[in-house]
Design a protein around this ligand. Structure first.
Ligand SMILES: N[C@@H](CCC(=O)N[C@@H](CS)C(=O)NCC(=O)O)C(=O)O
Length: 164
């Protein structure tokens, strides 16, 4: 059986969406909270999260970068539409969300200027203005077709952690 080890910090940051995907799909996985910075040198690029997938024959697949891990899980655990066009559309919404998160991180941690704060709020306003009608017109309430995808989960993460 394939098993997963997900290494990340405990707080609800870059690991949240991956953990949500694993939980939703009821996949068994190990949450590892590495000692930091002691473990930094053992990671592929000196940062977290890092996923290690261990196949039944013991083969290990290691992947870093939160967005790459999220897309990998979404594909593997079927949280993206099967139809290629719908899949591209869901990915488009997902990147809209990751873009917003990047702006949030910049103005909160890296460039705490009034200008970057304004840019973030401006982006949020545009995001809401454009995304509300898309979701309001959805019969299922989800972005694509009739089931939850990576796009919905990422949007939920933004509302839950950054807009409340
Ligand atoms: N682009 C990377 C950014 C990862 C990142 O910034 N990780 C932070 C935690 S939020 C980290 O590992 N910080 C510790 C360090 O840089 O030493 C991703 O999305 O995975």
């Amino acid at each position: 059986m394939t098993s997963y080890v997900f290494e990340c910090f405990e707080f609800n940051g870059v690991g949240w969406v991956s953990r949500a995907l694993l939980e939703l799909a009821r996949v068994e996985y190990e949450n590892v909270f590495p000692e930091w910075p002691a473990s930094k040198g053992k990671t592929p690029f000196g940062r977290l999260p890092v996923l290690t997938e261990v196949s039944s024959d013991g083969t290990k697949f290691v992947l870093a970068e939160s967005n790459a891990i999220e897309l990998y899980f979404a594909d593997k655990l079927e949280y993206l539409p099967k139809d290629s066009k719908q899949r591209a559309v869901a990915t488009q919404y997902y990147f809209q969300a990751t873009d917003l998160l990047d702006k949030f991180l910049v103005c909160t941690f890296h460039d705490r200027t009034e200008r970057s704060r304004e840019r973030y709020f401006d982006r949020i306003k545009t995001f809401i203005k454009k995304h509300e009608p898309i979701l309001a017109n959805s019969k299922s309430g989800y972005y694509c077709e009739d089931s939850i995808t990576l796009a919905d989960i990422s949007l939920y993460y933004i509302y839950k952690n950054h807009m409340t």
